[in-house]
Unconditional design. Structure first.
Length: 215
């Protein structure tokens, strides 16, 4: 009989902070890539508040509130949801949060986070973890797992895929707007893997001239 076993999909580990609009753009692209390439995205949290906690005084004032203690609230709720309801809720909650934060410009306050929990059928009491450090050790471990793959000089998103030699290949980005769709998403994915898996390759970058386009 012919072998009808479905080939395993390539795991892609994706670290995000729900507050970051650029990570949101990249995450929507990754969902497009899932449709056109045999990959499976595994969602993990990182935190821009954790990343910048020792250099808040060096940041422009408009970023200090976003990246200070309040910046931990959404990601704390995501981690609490993970721990209490399983990792499979992570991507769904991220989509609910990101849609409200970015596409609908509702802000990242408690009411918005609570509404996102309701969107995916999670208990309302999870909002209480916005103020709780109960799962901060797990949050920081997840953050460190992602950021240590690429270094402290970058932010979110971080993506990691299996390399050709058995070693994982991790990179920051790609930073793109708007999120490519269909075959355009596939081409960007193929090119990203090509450069990321090239020995000695580190960086391609140019100055951003537009803001994130959520359309």
């Amino acid at each position: 009989m012919p072998d009808t076993q479905v080939p395993e999909k390539t795991p892609v580990d994706f670290w995000f902070d729900p507050l970051c609009p650029w990570a949101w753009m990249t995450s929507r692209w990754m969902l497009e890539v899932e449709k056109v390439r045999d990959i499976e995205v595994r969602w993990h949290v990182m935190s821009l508040a954790v990343l910048n906690e020792n250099k808040l005084d060096e940041l422009p004032e408009r970023y200090r509130d976003l990246l200070g203690p309040k910046g931990l609230e959404p990601v704390r709720v995501v981690v609490a949801a993970q721990q209490k309801h399983g990792s499979e809720v992570t991507g769904k909650l991220y989509t609910a949060l990101g849609t409200r934060f970015h596409n609908e410009d509702q802000g990242a306050g408690r009411e918005t986070i609570a509404a996102a929990l309701a969107d995916v059928g999670l208990p309302a009491e999870l909002i209480e973890y916005a103020d709780s450090d109960e799962f901060d050790e797990i949050l920081r471990a997840s953050h460190n797992n992602g950021i240590e793959r690429v270094g402290q000089e970058v932010g979110t998103p971080v993506i990691s895929v299996p390399g050709v030699d058995g070693e994982d290949v991790a990179f920051f980005g790609p930073v793109v707007t708007p999120a490519p769709r269909g075959e355009a998403a596939a081409r960007l994915w193929d090119g990203t893997l090509l450069v990321a898996s090239t020995p000695g390759f580190f960086e391609i970058k140019r100055t951003r001239t537009v803001g994130p386009n959520f359309g």
